[in-house]
Design a protein around this ligand. Structure first.
Ligand code: ARG
Ligand code: ASP
Length: 722
């Protein structure tokens, strides 16, 4: 009896009625959540959030660049996103003389706003359920490959036949592991200019030490502007473009938040895997995460030291280091979190309950009875390949820049070999840019040390069958000494030096292809990856295909067997709504975290001259004189707050919206104890971290003196009636 109760309790926790907070919902299906959202305090309707008939909140939300979110905050195209989302652009415009990463940047007029080649923002025009059309013509017993081919043809037809304007795009994406398909009509604007960014000591305050951690004091924001042609449509960069006029933009509340306030976070969460079996969660958190963590322990130690010793390297490696360190720390938190909440046990209890119900129904038993044991067997089978795959991608395609770069050049070799010199010449500019961009921020002496530190892992951790014969031969030639191998590689490879690659490309791209093919680093990485392709990636993908099929069936089975639960699809970089409330949490026995931080806390962390915790002089003055203007609250300046919104990577830059549809904050992170929410959400400790919008406005207005920008915005007081 007690055991059953325990199971039911756990069941309620994981798969029972979704608790406030959990879930990343499709905006066009919000009707199912509307009542609950209103019970939690929301004053809007589902139609106010997503509508195809009128301007709605969704028209103020953009996918920002490759992997972030932004929101429109003025009728004149201003976009708010995170500092770490605009980081690449801020860095791109920075030099030792004009170091915007350090000093911040503020355009005083439209003409000072800085264009960003390659950056785009995407609006969602409308979303349609196309499941029936995407899955049309699938016959019983079709193999996976044929099934996918049929779906691809169906999608192709949808792409061709969906009505849209000439400047709009259509894409179709799978949901619920391929049990449902949705179509997105989108509009992408490619003239997006940098308007403002706070100094790094504010935008990145606390850096890696505070990253993924509460209490937090980071002003993680930057401001851009979308430009359109004179018809308000997307256009390539042109000085003649004008600020875009959005269908909707977010009014900004100056009234702040209190515990229990309704919060809605609207954005583009990247990837979650909430429906994995216990065996897979265990593999990720106990085997694969530790591999990747171990590799980056080594590379980050080297990069960190180099950055500390040389200000030029600090700029050059700022973005690369931030990316490597961010995932590294997240994996550590994720593995810890699963342990703390007994995640594997939780998953197992749910599976036991699932099996109990399945076994009680003959037709379910036949259809679903073998799913979990089969999945478990496949996850076992894939493990050796998954481990090698992680070592190889981390070393050859991520951490060692020379290898990664040499391999990206392979695409140009292929173009030349398949399509000849003319095809290559057409891509001359791309090839030249590849060289210029790479060498701008490249320091071979740092990279050589990274290779030396990681090289031996490749040889000692991979089974012999997965190793590149060429790499093995070269390692032997270097006396099985990774330092020596690194020295030889960086001495012999021409690609390790910037030299005159860009000029050579201009003069004779075919000659450049020849040099690439002869290059030692190129040959090395190609052999590593070609061997991996046959010995590791291919078998991995074959097993993964089988896993995907079973995960699809398992998803369908879960939705059928656990009828009482409301399911949400895993994140897949499509537009989602998550909602919760402002609330703190108890990370461990005897400790409760309140959900607010203030500028006083910035001063408590202040370490003069420290690269993570320095505070700009002007901010210290404003703090000393308590000169907070309309942005303070009882003599204090709010900085960050917490909510129980279910977010993930990609939600960075997402607006936090109040019960009425006003902007109250800017999402940028999650708390350390809850980073496992990508595989298992725990309502008690999963919290997202947002910058209070009043801190953003304070920085723009009082700190930077860019009050002209605040004038473009619409400030409101929803809590102070009348
Ligand atoms: N952890 C946050 C996210 O995943 C913020 C990352 C940016 N900050 C940093 N120190 N790398 O993106
Ligand atoms: N910091 C993340 C991002 O950049 C958000 C998160 O993982 O919570 O998207």
């Amino acid at each position: 009896m007690k055991r059953i109760f325990g199971i039911l309790l756990l069941f309620g926790l994981v798969f029972g009625s979704v608790r406030a907070g959990e879930g990343m919902w499709l905006p066009l299906l919000l009707q199912q959540n509307e009542a609950e959202m209103q019970r939690m305090g929301m004053k809007m309707t589902a139609e106010d959030i997503y509508s195809i008939n009128k301007g709605s909140l969704k028209d103020a939300i953009v996918r920002f660049g490759g992997g972030c979110t932004g929101s429109l905050i003025s009728s004149t195209g201003l976009v708010l996103t995170n500092h770490h989302c605009g980081f690449g652009q801020i860095q791109y415009h920075s030099s030792l003389e004009n170091n915007y990463l350090d000093q911040g940047f503020w355009a005083k007029t439209l003409s000072e706003e800085l264009p960003n080649p390659g950056l785009g923002v995407t609006f969602i025009v409308r979303i349609e359920d196309v499941t029936a059309k995407a899955l049309a013509g699938l016959t019983e017993g079709l193999g996976e490959r044929d099934r996918q081919a049929q779906i691809d043809r169906n999608i192709q037809v949808l792409n061709e036949q969906t009505p849209r304007e000439t400047w709009q795009e259509v894409s179709v994406r799978p949901f619920f592991q391929g049990n449902a398909y949705y179509l997105f009509v989108t509009e992408t604007f490619r003239d997006v200019r940098l308007v403002g960014a706070p100094p790094g000591a504010v935008g990145k305050f606390g850096a890696d030490t505070d990253n993924w951690v509460w209490p937090r004091h980071t002003g993680d924001f930057s401001i851009f502007r979308v430009y359109a042609d004179k018809n308000n449509r997307p256009a390539a960069y042109s000085p003649a473009n004008v600020p875009y006029k959005p269908k909707h933009y977010l009014p900004i509340s100056l009234d702040g938040v209190t515990p229990g306030d309704f919060t809605l976070v609207f954005g583009f969460p990247g990837t979650t895997r909430e429906y994995l079996p216990a065996s897979a969660v265990q593999q990720i958190t106990e085997t694969l995460n530790p591999i990747r963590i171990g590799i980056r322990d080594r590379s980050l130690a080297i990069i960190d030291e180099a950055m500390r010793s040389d200000p030029q390297i600090r700029i050059q490696y700022a973005s690369k280091q931030a990316n490597l360190a961010n995932s590294w720390k997240k994996w550590i938190g994720e593995s810890l979190g699963i342990k703390t909440v007994n995640g594997i046990e939780q998953k197992k209890s749910v599976e036991a309950e699932f099996m109990r119900r399945v076994n009680a129904q003959p037709q379910w038993k036949t259809a679903y009875g073998a799913l979990l044991p089969d999945l478990e067997a496949l996850y076992k089978e894939i493990e050796p390949y998954a481990k090698s795959r992680d070592y190889i991608t981390e070393i050859a395609s991520t951490n060692v820049e020379l290898l990664r770069f040499a391999n990206t050049l392979h695409q140009f070799v292929v173009i030349y070999e398949n399509n000849g010199a003319d095809a290559l010449k057409q891509r001359k500019e791309q090839l030249r840019n590849a060289f210029t961009n790479f060498y701008k921020d490249y320091r071979p002496e740092v990279d050589q040390r990274v290779f030396a530190a990681l090289g031996d892992l490749y040889f000692t951790k991979l089974p012999a069958a997965h190793l590149s014969p060429y790499a093995t031969e070269q390692m032997n030639f270097a006396g099985k000494n990774a330092d020596e191998f690194a020295r030889i590689l960086f001495y012999k490879s021409r690609l390790a030096q910037a030299a005159d690659w860009a000029e050579k490309t201009e003069a004779d791209p075919v000659q450049v292809i020849r040099l690439i093919k002869e290059d030692y680093a190129y040959q090395l990485v190609r052999n590593i990856l070609e061997t991996a392709e046959v010995k590791v990636f291919r078998p991995y993908n074959e097993i993964q295909d089988k896993i995907n099929l079973l995960q699809r069936s398992y998803m369908k089975a879960l939705m059928e067997v656990l009828k009482e639960k409301r399911f949400y699809p895993d994140a897949n970089s499509t537009l989602r709504v998550t909602y919760g409330k402002v609330e703190g949490y108890q990370p461990k026995d005897g400790v409760f975290y309140v959900p607010f931080t203030y500028l006083d806390g910035v001063m408590e962390k202040f370490k003069p001259g420290d690269y993570e915790f320095d505070v700009p002089e002007k901010l210290r003055q404003l703090h000393a004189s308590k000169d907070y203007g309309p942005y303070g609250e009882n003599g204090k300046l709010p900085v960050c707050f917490l909510g129980s919104n279910h977010t993930t990577g990609g939600n960075s830059g997402s607006p936090a919206i109040d019960a009425h549809g006003n902007l109250i904050g800017l999402n940028f992170d999650r708390v350390w104890e809850g980073t496992m929410s990508d595989i298992l959400y725990s309502p008690a400790i999963c919290r997202n971290i947002m910058v209070d919008i009043r801190y953003v406005l304070f920085m723009v207005d009082k700190y930077a003196g860019a009050s002209h920008l605040v004038k473009e915005m619409k400030l409101v007081h929803p809590k102070k009636k009348g």
